[in-house]
Design a protein. Structure first.
Length: 365
């Protein structure tokens, strides 16, 4: 069985000349920083330090401006090239949501520039300030080892509640004024839940290329038959989990990251995603969940108290989360195979750590 931790134990494909990118970025940045002198840009991190579906580079940038010496970190995120994990990408959406959420007491990184043209790097990109702190590791799972496992139970509790509190703040942002209408996907459906379902049903077909996926196929039919009628809606963070948050050593939130899956819909969808992915990265890989982390019952109760929203449809959204993750893993494995990082023929696009979690949950309901 393919374990997600294998993905990050292998080298990532090098899709861009890093030194050439640094030189081009320096020239582009010099034009943005009007009046700056002594500009110096050093590469800090490449693709091996970032998410598998994105192309992201980090830099240390120093310069003088108006007599002041500036030294800061910047992150450069590109519209991806090469093998896609998701059917489509909208990095302008990612830029916009962070820009707008900054006005709502949500600790998103400060976004600096969006460049829609492909004249600089051959693709669009945006630049944001580098956030401080560390994110809990997915690979190896933070329940197994790393700074979270080495932390006290009090710190772990703060990490978890910090995620819940930031998620709740996202869900409480008013969407009635149309400021976040760019997250709407009317071409998929007028209904927010149908938008999400149709997106991932299409994703499923695209990823499998006509091949059967017995568990995902069963889940898709279950989701159609058991679809609720949501009466609540909000911004959806999308990839909503504590591993997409930067924390200081005390477990206090410093930045909320990864908005590529943001949408509009029932906020319980985010809650279920965060709990489901945590389950996959603990019991799904046969790792005991660390003490200090609150369980699902307490988490759901806290979220309901903070938001005033209902988690009545949690079980449905938990299945949906596992289904989405199952479909995403198909393309993650395909990408590993495409770049010859993983050998073909292991059937890992179907048989991985997420599939039995989904299969087991379907049998329960």
């Amino acid at each position: 069985m393919f374990n997600q931790s294998i993905e990050h134990s292998l080298p990532k494909p090098q899709e861009r000349d890093l030194e050439q990118t640094r030189v081009i970025f320096t020239a582009w940045l010099d034009a943005q920083l009007d009046g700056a002198t002594d500009l110096d840009v050093k590469l800090l991190g490449g693709p091996e330090n970032t998410g598998f579906s994105n192309e992201t580079l980090s830099f240390n940038v120093s310069y003088e401006l108006d007599g002041a010496k500036i030294n800061t970190g910047m992150v450069l995120r590109f519209y991806p090239e090469g093998f896609f994990v998701f059917p489509d990408y909208d990095i302008h959406k990612q830029f916009l949501i962070m820009q707008k959420l900054a006005d709502h007491d949500i600790k998103v990184p400060n976004v600096l520039w969006y460049e829609p043209s492909d004249e600089v790097f051959g693709t669009s990109f945006y630049v944001m300030e580098m956030a401080s702190g560390d994110a809990p590791s997915d690979n190896p799972p933070f329940h197994q080892e790393g700074w979270v496992a080495d932390s006290s139970e009090d710190v772990r509790e703060r990490i978890w509640w910090g995620w819940v509190e930031q998620m709740a703040k996202v869900h409480q942002v008013d969407i009635s004024n149309g400021d976040f209408e760019f997250l709407n996907r009317p071409k998929l459906s007028e209904d927010y839940l149908d938008q999400e379902l149709n997106y991932y049903f299409n994703f499923h077909d695209w990823a499998m290329e006509g091949e059967a996926h017995p568990v995902a196929d069963q889940a898709r039919e279950w989701l159609k038959v058991n679809k609720p009628k949501p009466t609540q809606s909000s911004i959806l963070w999308g990839d909503c989990r504590c591993a997409n948050i930067m924390y200081d050593p005390d477990g206090q939130v410093s930045a909320v990251l990864d908005w590529e899956m943001a949408a509009l819909g029932d906020p319980c969808m985010d809650l279920a995603w965060g709990i489901a992915i945590d389950d996959c990265n603990s019991k799904g890989v046969h790792v005991e969940r660390l003490s200090g982390f609150p369980g699902p019952v307490a988490t759901i109760a806290k979220w309901e108290a903070l938001t005033g929203f209902s988690a009545d449809d949690f079980d449905y959204y938990y299945i949906l989360a596992l289904y989405k993750f199952t479909v995403i893993m198909v393309k993650v494995v395909r990408k590993l195979e495409h770049y010859e990082i993983m050998p073909m023929g292991m059937n890992a696009h179907i048989n991985n750590h997420v599939t039995p979690m989904l299969e087991s949950k379907l049998k329960e309901l």
